[in-house]
Ligand binder design. Structure first.
Ligand SMILES: Cc1cc2nc3c(=O)[nH]c(=O)nc-3n(C[C@H](O)[C@H](O)[C@H](O)COP(=O)(O)O)c2cc1C
Length: 356
């Protein structure tokens, strides 16, 4: 399938998840196969335009992740168009607009899901962006703001007319947050109404569900929490779609994934918090810029702490449903060093494995 001129090798994608789907995680998931598109964590359009270092890190990606979509949030058409140009300049394949975030901190700035409450304004944002860039502009929305305002079908049509190349719909309202269940009938109805590709999102925790949802009429499926629990889920869905048995995943595979994630976070993420420009970020991605290892013990310690926190964040999803998962979660949350964390992972996942 295609989004604009961008070819996607599979209709299954990693949904954007702030705090979770960093470049290291996306790469590891992508290496297992079955993943047609990755989307970054959401990035503030304002901060992008001002070149604020920490924010730029959310937009980091590597070549092996392509095709890559950078998701931005904001509400001002001129600034969103400027941010789209920056995203294009960074070499992303697609720029995605967040119209689904229910978090008040975002929504109160006329961004995220609050854009759904002003569909004409939201369409102006998309029109300004599509005029400003050549790469496809896509939109991720919810079913609506609340039960009284389930206007995704209307907004979807309006953003399509404004030039959006694809949309994704998480079939819950902002008011629902993550309660209840995603309304896939609504998503399928929108897919039937639009000429552009429509992705559905919500509640795919098993590979079978992903394949079933695809059959409901959408062009693609974005999987969020299911990937955090099981990073092989997209590859397993692709197996099923080809008529094969979903590949088995052993406890050892799961342990190695976590250890690989620690290693990637240690070596491949920028370590020193400092102001960086978009140009520098682009150089870094192309391998033309090296970021030195932390020069000071304090910087190394703070990087270790950051990695530990990332593993804790993933651990809260990754351990769900595992035998002894809740004990492991508690242990991960109290580990004080990376050595301790690696040992814990080794004992839980790899103790019975034959080491190659
Ligand atoms: C921890 C977390 C962070 C999320 N962050 C974003 C985000 O930055 N942008 C976005 O469009 N959606 C975000 N979402 C929503 C997901 O992309 C997805 O639409 C939603 O979780 C429903 O899919 P799922 O049931 O497969 O998780 C987030 C979801 C979670 C759980």
């Amino acid at each position: 399938m295609k989004i604009g001129s961008v070819d996607l090798p599979s209709p299954f994608a990693i949904a954007p998840m702030a705090g979770m789907t960093d470049t290291a995680f996306r790469r590891l998931v992508k290496r297992h196969g079955g993943c047609g598109l990755v989307v970054t964590e959401m990035v503030s359009a304002e901060a992008l335009a001002r070149g604020i270092g920490r924010t730029l890190e959310y937009a980091e990606y590597t070549e092996e992740e392509r095709p890559i979509s950078i998701q931005i949030f904001g509400g001002d058409p001129v600034r969103m168009a400027a941010a789209a140009q920056i995203v294009e300049g960074m070499g992303a394949d697609i720029v995605d607009v967040n119209m689904g975030c229910p978090v008040p901190k975002i929504a109160k700035h006329n961004a995220g899901c609050s854009l759904m409450r002003e569909p004409a304004h939201a369409a102006r944002v998309i029109a300004a962006m599509t005029k400003a860039v050549r790469i496809p502009v896509t939109v991720k929305m919810r079913a609506g703001w609340n039960d009284g305002e389930r206007n995704a079908p209307t907004l979807a049509k309006m953003v399509e007319e404004a030039g959006a190349a694809a949309i994704a719909v998480h079939g819950r309202t902002a008011a629902q947050s993550y309660s209840g269940s995603a309304d896939w009938d609504l998503v399928a109805r929108i897919a039937g109404d639009l000429a552009i590709p429509v992705f559905g999102s919500g509640d795919c925790l098993e590979p079978e569900q992903i394949v079933e949802r695809l059959a409901s009429g959408v062009e693609g499926v974005l999987v969020g929490r299911g990937v955090l629990r099981n990073p092989w889920i997209l590859a397993q869905a692709a197996d099923l779609a080809r008529g094969l048995r979903p590949r088995p995943v052993t406890l050892e595979d799961r342990g190695r994934f976590l250890l690989d994630y620690v290693e990637l976070l240690m070596t491949e993420r920028v370590r020193e918090p400092r102001l960086r420009s978009v140009a520098e970020l682009t150089e870094l991605r192309r391998g033309k810029l090296e970021i030195a290892a932390p020069a000071f013990p304090a910087a190394a310690r703070s990087h270790d702490r950051w990695v530990i926190n990332k593993i804790r964040a993933l651990g809260s999803w990754y351990t769900k449903g595992l035998d002894g998962g809740s004990n492991l979660r508690t242990a991960i949350n109290s580990a004080q060093s990376l050595t301790e964390l690696r040992e814990l992972i080794g004992t839980f996942f790899l103790a019975s494995a034959t080491v190659a």
